[in-house]
Design a protein around this ligand. Sequence first.
Ligand code: 5GP
Ligand code: MN
Length: 343
Amino acid sequence: MSLSILSESELVRLMCLLREAHKVAICAHRNPDGDAVGSALGWAEYLQSINKEVAIVLPNPYPDFLRWLPGSQRIVLFDRHETVARKLLSEADLICCLDFNALSRLGDMGAAIADAKATKMVIDHHLAPDPSAVQFIISHPELCATSELIFRIIDQLGGFENLSRSAAACLYTGMMTDTGAFTYNSSRPAIYAIISRLLTKGIDKDRIYRNVFHNYSENRLRFTGYILSEKTRFYKNHKASIFTVTREEMKRFHFIRGDAEGLVNMPLQVRGMVLSISLREDTDKDVVRVSLRSVDQFPCNKMAEEFFRGGGHLNASGGELPFPLEEAVRTAEQAIEKYSAYF
Ligand code: 5GP
Ligand code: MN
């Protein structure tokens, strides 16, 4: 099976950009997930292997359950070390934007990237990349993860042989987390061809699964139980659900970053469920973070655009509402009503 993903002209363009760049900055989206961090670390290692000076700059911290990822300590956080981060971005010759489709998803860091003198490129699997402010876009929404795209690009550039076990673990993690451990968006045979090649690097996929999904505190387990038991409301005869999470509840359960990860998928375990909506008060800003998950043809991304000022993928989207939680619930209920035909 050929895993080549770039057209001949894209390959030539990428090789030229890489040849001309010495300092490369790699960025990914706000609230970085396993794919954002995994693809950034994997790409960083490849670029170092071809003698580039590489920095990874992320807008804000990634969840604790990703701390074990080899190389994650080197990541510079824009919100913690802004001066260093700005210097790295302004001095880079090439900025690679991974796993997001618009600089607006980065907050202040997006403006710093837009202002930087570097050539900017996007490598991503989200729909509809924004072409303004970047010079080159490699966009493959059909792929399960940016990490899959990075693997295929590295392979096409001839970097597979030198790929280390650590980089293989990072790329595997990105593919695993973006597909819920290969339970959604994961039926293309190429995914398994790639996994089989990553395994030849000696990664322990079962251990990676435990590192990510069995790495929580007792508080997190009880928090999950509480939200499912006390806070989840079902609609339309168990085809849709909404749960809310307040700041007070997060405090009560000693919530740490990442503790809500995956929670929004759980109501979909009920037979016949089509859509799950999570509404959570943001810890930094006065907004409600919205997460949507669905199955089959239910278009979360359309709903997120129409009702929640966001977007995303067909079955996994998000957004943000500048309202109090009760008002956000009303908006979500209106959204469910409007999409009745899908239930
Ligand atoms: P999550 O629910 O994990 O925060 O986000 C799921 C997916 O929705 C992300 O991978 C991303 O594609 C999309 N997404 C999340 N938040 C936003 C947002 O505020 N704006 C847009 N355009 N997409 C978002
Ligand atoms: Mn992704």
